[in-house]
Design a protein around this ligand. Structure first.
Ligand code: ATP
Ligand code: MG
Length: 402
């Protein structure tokens, strides 16, 4: 293969006016991070596109990685050629030969942003089409549905040859929309909510509530493994693990059974909100979907949400379980989520949680006990892991990536 670079077309960021440079900068960082283990690659960018210079690295492998990066509309393996007609023809033929096998049809698609170039697009199509036909016996043109569409793009600085457009993951570059904290259980929904939030450009950190010894080491590992999957999108994923046992025990002592779920969620939300503040996020994210379970009725959300005015993003709110499971399958979290280990809410779940809790009642039940010291203690004792795509790392601080 003679490709020497990958040409990346920006997605929605091209519409972002003055913020464009910031977006390009974030995308550049995402691309650099995802290609960390290809030491030879170099990244160049301008306002219209980005180039990954391969310098000998395997273009196909690099392309596989780029498919997962948000903020890329499409990309192509390409080769850069000097703006000299003879050199261009020679390179076009060479590239074409590396892709051609007998029986394949082709067409040429020329694009010209440099209007001073000696040939216009029709002339380029004609000239290069003729050149290939002359040199490859039996070759046939098919302008409607060619097997090989050789693209010749003539720009000010050079000419770029490419033959396929690979669809990118679209969305916005991770980190370009700011930071939010994902409440990450071991279930199916919350990892999907995290993934979709990243797709809209959020940098996401996870918060998981664990209640050892009622929840097992394997339940914890499940969440670490889910985090490792989410880390594939952003290069790493910070996971906060909150020790929640003491609080759950206190709740069960203080609050009538059918209200424990509501109070549990309210306390989780308060702790998550403090961690959000501590680590500089501006929103919380959950995997809630309207009406799915008792805690996800409007009445429940109303009673639970009351503890904070921080925006709570619920990317799955209007999705059906099958739609969510479909995405979970695609992002490869479904099998991990389906492992049977119980999480803290399942262990302590009351026989019949209120589906329509009353805010005044829950506040009344909570008023007999001062949860504040326990909340603060849980925040202080929260452990922060930095999870990499391959698995966990107990490392402390990351480089300032976003
Ligand atoms: P999921 O599949 O994400 O667990 P679910 O349908 O099982 O969701 P719930 O268990 O009611 O629904 O949880 C609703 C949301 O609350 C979750 O999507 C998640 O954001 C948050 N959540 C639940 N349990 C935990 C936990 N142990 N740690 C952190 N967040 C949690
Ligand atoms: Mg759950």
């Amino acid at each position: 293969m003679m490709y020497d670079r990958i040409l990346i077309r920006y997605g929605e960021i091209s519409t972002k006016g003055r913020n464009r440079n910031k977006f390009i900068d974030k995308l550049r960082k995402s691309v650099r991070k995802t290609l960390e283990d290809f030491p030879q690659v170099q990244i160049e960018s301008d306002r219209e596109r980005m180039y990954v210079l391969l310098n000998g690295e395997d273009g196909r492998k690099v392309a596989e990685r780029l498919k997962k990066v948000f903020g890329i509309q499409s990309f192509s393996l390409a080769v850069k050629v000097e703006k000299d007609l003879d050199k261009m023809k020679q390179a076009a033929l060479e590239l074409f030969r590396s892709l051609y096998s007998e029986g394949k049809t082709f067409k040429i698609t020329a694009k010209r942003s440099d209007k001073t170039f000696e040939l216009d697009t029709n002339e380029v199509n004609y000239e290069f089409g003729g050149h290939l036909l002359k040199n490859i016996p039996g070759l046939k043109v098919d302008v409607r549905n060619p097997d090989i569409n050789l693209q010749i793009e003539i720009r000010k600085e050079a000419v770029y040859l490419s033959a396929e457009n690979i669809l990118g993951a679209a969305g916005l570059p991770v980190g370009s929309s700011g930071k939010a904290m994902l409440m990450l259980s071991g279930g199916i929904d919350s990892p999907v909510a995290g993934y979709l939030s990243m797709k809209r450009g959020l940098e996401v950190e996870g918060i998981h509530f664990a209640s050892p010894p009622f929840t097992s080491e394997r339940a914890r590992q499940k969440v670490v493994d889910l985090s490792a999957k989410l880390a594939e999108v952003s290069g790493h994923f910070a996971l906060h693990i909150v020790p929640f046992t003491e609080i759950q025990q206190a709740i069960h002592k203080q609050v009538p059974d059918n209200y424990t779920m509501t109070t549990t969620r309210r306390l989780m939300l308060q702790i998550a909100d403090r961690l959000r503040e501590k680590f500089g996020g501006l929103a919380l994210i959950t995997g809630e979907s309207l009406g799915q379970v008792a805690s996800q009725t409007l009445e429940s959300m109303y009673a639970i949400n009351e503890v904070t005015s921080t925006p709570i993003l619920r990317p799955l709110i209007a999705m059906d379980k099958t739609e969510i499971m479909n995405i979970a399958g695609k992002i490869d979290t479904l099998d991990i989520s389906n492992r049977p280990y119980e999480d803290c809410c399942t262990v302590f779940v009351p026989a019949s949680p209120k589906t329509k809790p009353k805010l005044e009642k829950v506040k009344h039940f909570e008023s007999f006990f001062d949860f504040e010291p326990l909340i603060e203690k849980a925040v202080q004792e929260t452990e922060r892991l930095l999870v990499k795509p391959g698995g966990a790392d107990s490392g402390q601080e990351e480089e300032d990536l976003f």
